[in-house]
Design a protein around this ligand. Structure first.
Ligand SMILES: O=C(O)CCC(=O)C(=O)O
Length: 294
């Protein structure tokens, strides 16, 4: 069995196409992210969420819960993702890091998976998290009305190959664009740390509303508009979660370490929310109005 460390050591460029891409990734990790500001408040468990936390969520755009789910659900989720990547469960979509190779071993294939989408419909072990009664209750409490799941992804920043996810707002992606605030719950399955690509957020940035996104390294906020000085890094233990407005500016630096960094990201909308029209979406999240270039 190839360990994450062995996989890491076999890939000196860490799945980057060239030395130049690798150096660029290193530059971005230091210039667009800071690592010395952490959340001021962390909630211990889902049962400990107070009414003040609910207010803080809407005011600051996020809250952090150190233990949203327990060990059993975490282990079941990791096994479910492995089974999906191995092909034992058909249906979800899988994106890989680098070029797909026919001679991949099962371990190499698993360690090269970057994103798994749409698993809840096929995997009861993952549905047990997205539709967990405690989580659904918390979602309804935050919205002040029943919520519904609108998207499910697993973001697997593999050892040494997990590229940056540039700063963005989730609502700038069409499937999250609703007329009311929607939010995501990002749940760590491995320790998400400062050096393996934990989440970074700009508190309060959701209050600015939608901002134009550009196709640069991804569909993203222009690098020169990122308020790096306000970046708060959000390390999490396995089972810990970041709940964040889908208008909050956030991103993750690359994972240059031999450690895995798997996470589930589940989005919810209020029951009464409707999708933005394509015209509204374009007006808010592209440079149609401003014509400003990036
Ligand atoms: O987990 C990551 O690396 C990035 C998650 C994220 O912000 C997203 O996919 O919208």
């Amino acid at each position: 069995m190839l360990t994450p460390e062995q996989h890491y050591n076999k890939n000196p460029l860490h799945a980057y196409e060239s030395e130049e891409h690798y150096e660029q990734a290193k530059r971005l990790a230091t210039s667009l992210y800071r690592y010395d500001q952490l959340p001021e408040r962390r909630i211990a468990t889902i049962d400990a969420v107070t009414d003040d936390d609910v207010k803080r969520f809407w005011s600051e755009g996020y809250v952090v819960i150190d233990r949203l789910i327990g060990l059993e659900l975490i282990e079941a989720a990791k096994q479910a993702l492995s089974d999906i990547i191995a092909g034992a469960v058909q249906g979800p979509r899988i994106q890989f890091v680098g070029k797909r190779r026919d001679d991949w071993t099962a371990e190499e294939k698993e360690l090269s998976a970057r994103v798994v989408t749409n698993y809840v419909a096929y995997e009861p072990r993952l549905q047990a998290i997205s539709h967990h009664p405690d989580i659904e209750r918390l979602v309804a409490r935050l919205f002040g009305e029943t919520g519904r799941m609108i998207a499910d992804q697993a973001l697997l920043k593999p050892p040494g190959g997990g590229a940056e996810k540039p700063w963005h707002q989730d609502m700038a992606y069409g499937n999250f664009a609703y007329d009311k605030s929607v939010f995501g719950i990002w749940i760590a399955l491995d320790p998400a740390e400062l050096d393996n690509g934990c989440m970074h957020i700009i508190p309060y940035s959701h209050r600015d509303g939608g901002v134009p996104h550009y196709a640069v390294r991804d569909w993203q906020i222009c690098d020169t508009s990122v308020r790096v000085e306000r970046d708060v890094a959000v390390p999490l233990p396995p089972g810990g979660a970041l709940l964040f407005s889908s208008l909050l500016h956030h991103g993750t630096p690359p994972n240059f370490t031999p450690k895995r960094r798997r996470a589930l990201q589940i989005h919810y909308a209020p029951e009464s929310a409707v999708k933005l029209t394509p015209q509204e979406y374009k007006r808010i999240f592209t440079n149609e109005m401003t014509n400003a270039e990036c």
